[in-house]
Design a protein around this ligand. Structure first.
Ligand code: ARG
Length: 459
């Protein structure tokens, strides 16, 4: 009973199960560094403002430093009866330095304290995730650059459509991850606002200096409404939303790697280090890593929905419901960081089967559009050209021929506007390299985009 920092108005001890049920120390202990960092700056501010004495502040800060060390050395005993990280640290502080430790919580509440801790924590994680995204993007660029001559089939409806450079296909993901990075950079601005000083909900009667605290902790500024400061979790939801898009991108790439490494496609070989075998079928090598990442996308979407539902209809300001914000947020961060890390390594080691890709790219009349474009350049309206080529393809199907195999006589059955030079336009390389507008798959365009991408990563 005497353990509880809020026990004053209670006459009965907390039910043992309720104590465990309501505690968050099991998971919020991961915030310890930020909790101590925030408390240290808070104590300094209290002394600067003459709210506590300089000597008291020094004892408090030394105590906090000792606690940080205890935790990092694994010597700190986290206790359920002390409920959460805030009270675990504060109770230990009082244990270490005596009643003066009780001055730390002046002009503060756990409500603004936890809001501060999550923002500090998420800010660091955002930076780490951006670094991980860069590593993945850099692996994609290396793959693209190292295989610049490889042609693969481009698909629509998963049917062979037009040949594209493998590098071009990979750069599509580079673009997605660039947008993911931009989203993180943008939401970071809203994470990086300092909520401490809101107190429990209404502000504080002490002459605190919030701007100084914000500055010391590297925030862009303070929050401007105390009720909002303690009840805003938008920033965490925004992050989970950006994380969901990131996982969506990773799951699309996963799906392609799974297809490409199947015997039917046989486009790539994933390193053994990222696959496992079957306990019954000796021939199997399963693409577990991309499958798992594809699967983990579900929990990240789930976390987003959990947080949205958690916050829906909550009255202002703090409610205990909000303690439930942490696990979905932490799980999202762990999942994203793990997925990005394993993907960067897997992409770096991925082997391409260029011959298999080229073979597949030639199937399915993939250069038919190039024939239509040829006729358009001869003056034929595109719709009519489409019809002519459609008939040509039907002829090829019926006679078991491929477009590049047609003789001039055969071509001219379909249009007198086709000359012998058609042969120069229907090869895979010609088809790819004709698409030179910005963002197209031509060798020259892709080289430019790789250079642009490298510059982006260097920033
Ligand atoms: N453990 C709490 C949480 O995570 C900290 C804030 C508790 N505040 C309170 N008045 N019970 O939300």
């Amino acid at each position: 009973m005497s353990e509880k920092l809020w026990a004053g108005r209670f006459t009965q001890p907390t039910d043992a199960f309720v104590e465990e049920f309501t505690a968050s120390i099991q998971f919020d202990q991961r915030l310890y560094r930020y909790d101590i960092q925030g408390s240290t700056v808070h104590a300094r501010m209290l002394a600067r403002q003459g709210i506590i004495a300089e000597a008291e502040m020094n004892v408090i800060v030394d105590g906090l430093t000792a606690i940080l060390e205890e935790i990092e050395q694994g010597k700190f005993e986290f206790s359920i009866s002390r409920e959460d990280i805030h009270m675990n640290v504060e109770a230990r502080l009082i244990e270490l330095i005596g009643p003066v430790g009780g001055k730390l919580h002046t002009a503060r509440s756990r409500n603004d304290q936890v809001a501060l801790d999550i923002r500090l924590y998420l800010r660091d994680e955002l930076d780490a995730i951006q670094t991980a995204l860069k590593a993945l993007q850099s692996a994609l660029l290396d793959q693209a650059e190292g295989n610049l001559d490889v042609i693969m089939p481009g698909f629509t409806h998963l049917q062979t459509a037009q040949p594209v450079l493998y590098a071009h296909h990979l750069l599509a993901y580079f673009e997605m991850f660039t947008r993911d990075t931009e989203r993180l950079q943008d939401l970071r601005k809203r994470v990086n606002r300092m909520p401490l000083g809101a107190g429990a909900l209404a502000g504080t009667t002490f002459p605190i200096d919030r701007e100084w605290v914000a500055d010391q902790l590297g925030f862009d500024g303070v929050t401007h409404n105390s009720l909002d400061s303690v009840s805003d979790r938008d920033f965490a939801i925004e992050f989970c939303s950006a994380a969901s898009l990131m996982m969506m991108h990773l799951s699309r790439l996963s799906e392609e790697l799974i297809l490409w490494s199947s015997a039917d496609f046989d486009f790539i070989e994933l390193s053994d280090a990222f696959c496992t075998g079957s306990s019954i079928m000796p021939q199997k090598k399963n693409p577990d890593v991309p499958e798992l990442v594809r699967g983990k996308t579900g929990r990240v979407y789930g976390n987003l929905i959990s947080l949205l539902t958690l916050m829906k209809s909550l009255p202002l300001a703090y409610n205990k419901d909000m303690q439930e914000d942490k696990e979905p947020l932490f799980d999202t961060i762990d999942t994203i960081r793990g997925s990005l890390k394993v993907f960067a390594e897997m992409i770096a080691e991925m082997q391409v089967k260029a011959d298999r890709m080229r073979l597949a790219a030639g199937r399915g009349f993939s250069t038919a559009t190039d024939v239509a474009d040829y006729l358009v350049r001869q003056g034929m309206p595109f719709r009519q050209a489409h019809e002519v080529v459609g008939k040509t393809v039907r002829y090829c199907v019926e006679n078991d021929k491929d477009i590049p195999e047609l003789t001039l006589e055969e071509w001219q059955q379909f249009s007198g506007q086709i000359d012998a030079d058609i042969a120069d336009f229907v090869t895979l390389d010609a088809s790819v390299n004709a698409r030179t507008a910005t963002g197209g798959t031509a060798h020259s365009s892709v080289e430019k985009e790789i250079a642009r991408a490298r510059q982006k990563l260097a920033r």
